[in-house]
Design a protein around this ligand. Structure first.
Ligand code: AMP
Ligand code: GLY
Length: 422
């Protein structure tokens, strides 16, 4: 039996932990920092995945005979961008996830754009700027709407869609002069606006073989009907109806394999998950963004559909033998509804009691929750994701919302149209 440490503490990490728990190869699961839900199935400790030395000390401190940490799953973007996988590998610890260099596909949008141009991968036209003055001169000549992005990581919030020059000017000044997203905004990418349906496709790769997972769609906006500001994701469903066989063939031929070939040509060994954020446009599938990890909340609808052993897949990815492992999926559908704190994605209060009244046929993936003594309380913007699987999206949606009605906390907020926007 192998013991696994997961770094992170959201709904995605809870879904990963749940799936690993089903593997008969997995013994104990640890999670840093985890959350209340994860602590039911894993040993959690309040250590930040960004504190590399503390993570290492935790691993070293585990009882080496009874429960050595055999594998570390680095699930979130910040520690990947800071080189956690490189750090652990140097210390002789098996880690799942890309190196810092490989993860650059996510942590620098300008690098990702150059990568796509270099390797002929379809994406929106764009230009990158390091000074406000040059960026401003460029946006004066653009057609609108156009999209302005902070180059670095910004919790999914560093993308502004501008409808006219005044909005673009404000966006540039917010990002580059007022540093809304800190150093992530020292460089900006200005991009052509793409029209179409968005689909997320995640894929496992060991650097030689790439295997796509089932498709998903997330609902990024806070309000029903895709209105209001962007969030980390208010819900998701899988599969996406927009991801037809034709779209899939286009994606695999023109995006997925060229991405792997491009990485190999550039001398980058990418091991882990590549998240392809896609726009299905009139002129074919284009890449909106790459992420170097599982998506949140996509993972909460994709992993429940995996008909196989996640540990075995992770293990094969690390060893470079993904081609030998079957990756199969159930022929079903999944819907996840996120219950959030009032005020999210802006300021919100924490510490409200959560009551859960025996929901049936759903899985609750905890995000911002913790135990305060033996009280279960809210501890973040996104609190709990309620996931259901069924034969159809409609049925999964119905069951998920029955589950939502059985979870309560002060100020609870959720969208009522998750899974409707097919
Ligand atoms: P990103 O963080 O790059 O995925 O952008 C966040 C969201 O902004 C995406 O999921 C899209 O909804 C939107 N977006 C980003 N780039 C574009 C684009 N070029 N055209 C249209 N929408 C975009
Ligand atoms: N759901 C989008 C992301 O994980 O970045």
């Amino acid at each position: 039996m192998k013991n696994v440490l997961i770094l992170g503490g959201g709904g995605r990490e809870h879904a990963i932990a749940e799936k690993l728990r089903k593997s008969d190869k997995v013994g104990k699961i640890f999670c840093l920092p985890g959350n209340a839900g994860i602590s039911e199935i894993a040993e959690c400790k309040d250590i930040s995945p960004m504190d590399f030395d503390a993570v290492y000390d935790f691993i070293e401190g585990c009882d080496f005979k009874a429960t050595p940490v055999d594998m570390v799953v680095v699930a979130s973007d910040d520690p990947l961008a800071k080189g956690m996988v490189d750090f652990l590998t140097e210390k002789g610890i098996r880690a799942f996830g890309p190196t810092k260099k490989a993860a650059e596909l996510e942590w620098s949008k300008s690098y990702a754009k150059d990568f796509m141009y270099r390797h002929g991968i379809p994406t929106a036209k764009s230009a990158s700027f390091d000074t406000y003055k040059e960026a401003l001169a460029y946006v004066e000549r653009q057609e609108y709407p156009c999209v302005i992005k902070a180059d670095g990581l910004a919790l999914g919030k560093g993308v502004i869609i501008c409808n006219d020059f005044d909005e673009a000017k404000k966006a540039l000044s917010d990002i580059m002069l007022d540093k809304y997203f800190g150093e992530s905004g020292s460089r900006v990418v200005v991009e052509e606006f793409m029209k179409g349906k968005e689909v997320s496709v995640l894929a496992f790769t060991d650097g030689k073989t790439i295997v796509p997972m089932v498709s998903a769609q997330d609902h990024k906006k806070i309000y029903d009907g895709d209105e209001g500001p962007n969030t980390g994701g208010m819900g998701a469903f899988s599969p996406s109806a927009a991801y037809t066989d034709e779209v899939r063939a286009d994606f695999e031929k023109n995006v997925m394999y060229p991405t792997l070939r491009g990485l190999i040509e550039d001398g980058i060994e990418y091991k882990g998950v590549i998240y392809f954020g896609l726009m299905i446009t009139d002129s074919g599938v284009k890449v909106v963004e790459y992420n170097s990890r599982f998506g949140d909340p996509e993972t909460q609808v994709v992993l429940p559909r995996l008909d196989g052993d996640l540990y075995e897949i992770f293990d094969a990815v690390i060893d470079g033998r993904l081609a030998d492992v079957p990756v199969k999926w159930y022929d079903n559908c999944a819907v996840c509804v996120i219950m959030a704190s009032e005020g999210y994605p802006y300021a919100y209060e924490k510490g409200f009691d959560i009551t859960i009244d025996n929901p049936k046929n759903v899985t609750l993936y905890h995000a911002g929750t913790r135990y305060f003594g033996d009280r279960l309380v809210t501890n973040g913007g996104r609190v709990i994701g309620v996931t259901a699987t069924a034969d159809t999206i409609e049925e999964a949606r119905r069951i998920a919302y029955v589950g939502v009605a059985r979870v309560h906390f002060k100020g609870e907020y959720f969208r009522t149209d998750i899974g409707l926007n097919l």
